[in-house]
Design a protein around this ligand. Sequence first.
Ligand SMILES: [Zn+2]
Length: 235
Amino acid sequence: MFRVRRPASSTVVLLLTLAAAGLARAAEPSAGPPREEGTFLAPDLVELVTLDPTIRLDVHYARKDNFVGRPVYKEARAFLQRPAAEALARVNKALKAKGYGLVVFDGYRPWAVTKVFWDLTPDDKKVFVADPAHGSRHNRGCAVDLTLLDLATGKEVDMGGAYDEASPRSYVTWEGGTKAQLAARDVLRSAMEREGFFVYPWEWWHFDFKEWRSYPILDVPFEKLGVPGAEQKGR
Ligand SMILES: [Zn+2]
């Protein structure tokens, strides 16, 4: 997802676009997640901080400093399917030896939120969002948005571009950064790939877990996923 950065004149166009999207949505019958054929593993969403409390969260979508301009999550939490969550905890542990940690922006995302993002996004920026007709790998609990934490300073590492920035700087192929910025992207990507995550070519911060096809699209809001920070019984 991206942050809208436009001059004032374009803001009017954007607002009109958003208004049109709202009208179009109101006219449609309320469609839910797509029906999928095949068999899937039983969902087993794990809250990341219950596996490793040193994974830092920075959940923009639970605040208003995101491209929507309002919170789309009621709670600042992050979940992944268990094998992905365990792999991510291993990434965090491996990075510590290099002086880094992980800052997670987003993990599992209910389908209804993907629908909101799609409806609000202009056509020329839709490479940065998932089509709700097919669902997002975030909806399956098998995608994570994240960056590096510098353990020495306690700050997010400069990656040469912001989370959700809709510009070529977000592309994995971007070569305009400083040596340090590009090296930091490599550190993150290598550590993630070692544990079975694959980067999305248009977003340096987005990684899919190798087993994403095994899990169904879900539309369960965070507040229905148990008490924040508590390991869930029977899951
Ligand atoms: Zn993502």
